[in-house]
Design a protein around this ligand. Structure first.
Ligand SMILES: Nc1ncnc2c1ncn2[C@@H]1O[C@H](COP(=O)(O)OP(=O)(O)O)[C@@H](O)[C@H]1O
Ligand SMILES: [Mg+2]
Length: 361
């Protein structure tokens, strides 16, 4: 959009509006450009002309909480200009963005000479935005509280689930031994397969509830660990008619082995499930470069359904499965986050799905 038709400029009288346009500096920023960080001095007001800007607050050295976004026609950074305080959040271009920067001192001079009606328009807009972000914050806090309660509840329920489940397994094993005719064996097999499915779901819930904040990092050989993963899953791949190909660098890296295996298991498991028994191919490539450990998991399946693409990593987002918990990718992301890494994906119904993981060393 053009600077002169931006909402912020339209709050002003024509003369001041053109003065604002004159002192504004328009900049094109590539995706992921840091615009300002927490604690930086507040020296500019920013008007968004194109793209998006994300505001994040650091909650631990490698963890950020996204608070809100600014879209075209929006503006940000005015509070610091008005009260002289440093920036309270980090601002990052989360797409290629075009911003107009208005120097704080120039803006203050113009504001000093504006009519009261301009200030009122400006304030009511800013107050509305403060209200919106407070609402958003309260929503997030309530959501977090709910998740903690839900987690505690699940923990109890699932622990109580475990012993009847193993009882079912044991009993059907006994029946099978006592009555070894083909039909009984088949029914017992079915009981055990379903019980196994329930314990896998329970395990996924527990993994989620436990959280992934504590890492047990140790030196592991990437190739050895991933080959072992392949070996342990060979029968599973064979039954699902999946060709599983590994290319992993023979290098030692410092990561939490069990958690890394959980990530791989969840993502490869999803790929296998997406083939729905019709077979397919999954490729796992792992290598190390200056940016750390990289893992790519690629399948030639049907792609991630459009309906959940932008919420995939959220907990309880599942689609088209009878026994989906919607936690597999959420757990994977929380493990990668705990390592200070990144996870992303590309997916289409023609090309299948590829997950990209990067763990800094
Ligand atoms: N490789 C993939 N190909 C196609 N769809 C996928 C793939 N990975 C994940 N999905 C979709 O994403 C959803 C969420 O996955 P996940 O978080 O592991 O939960 P769950 O597997 O329990 O449903 C799945 O239900 C599935 O619809
Ligand atoms: Mg899954």
């Amino acid at each position: 959009m053009e600077l002169k038709s931006h909402k912020f400029i339209s709050f002003f009288e024509p003369e001041q509006a053109s003065e604002l346009c004159r002192i504004a500096i328009v900049e094109d920023l590539p995706d992921q450009t840091l615009i300002f960080d927490e604690g930086d001095p507040a020296d500019f007001l920013y008007l968004v002309l194109a793209g998006q800007v994300e505001f994040r607050k650091r909650i631990s050295p490698n963890h950020y909480q996204t608070l809100t976004k600014a879209l075209p026609n929006g503006f940000f950074g005015e509070l610091g200009i008005l009260d002289g305080q440093p920036r309270s959040t980090q601002a990052i271009a989360c797409q290629e963005a075009t911003l107009a920067k208005i120097p704080g001192n120039g803006l203050m001079q113009i504001l000093e000479n504006t009519k009261g009606s301009v200030a009122i328009k400006l304030f009511s807009y800013m107050i509305q935005r403060l209200r919106d972000s407070t609402d958003e914050y309260v929503k997030q806090v309530v959501h977090k509280e709910k998740m903690v309660l839900l987690g505690e509840m699940l923990n109890t329920v699932i622990h109580d689930f475990k012993s009847p489940l193993s009882g079912i397994n044991l009993a059907s094993g006994m029946i099978q031994e006592l009555h070894s005719d083909e039909e009984t064996v088949e029914w017992c097999y079915l009981i055990q397969a379903q019980a196994h499915r329930m314990s896998a779901m329970a395990e996924e819930f527990l993994e989620f509830v436990r959280g992934n904040s504590v890492l047990n990092k140790q030196p592991i050989n990437l190739a050895v660990v991933l080959q072992l993963f392949e070996k342990l899953n060979r029968v599973y791949f064979h039954e699902a008619q999946v060709e599983f190909v590994i290319q992993a660098a023979d290098v030692v890296v410092n990561v939490d082995e069990n958690k890394l295996l959980r990530v791989v298991q969840n993502l490869v498991g999803n790929a296998v499930e997406a083939f729905k028994g019709c077979g397919g191919r999954v490729e796992l490539t792992a290598w190390v470069n200056e940016s750390g450990v990289n893992i790519k998991i690629r399948d030639n399946g049907p792609g991630i359904p459009e309906a959940i693409k932008d919420r995939l990593f959220e907990a309880f987002v599942t689609y088209g499965k009878h026994s989906g918990t919607g936690l597999g990718t959420a757990i994977a992301k929380s493990i990668i986050d705990a390592h200070g890494g990144q996870i992303s994906f590309e997916s289409s119904c023609q090309e299948g799905t590829t997950f990209y993981i990067n763990l800094p060393l």
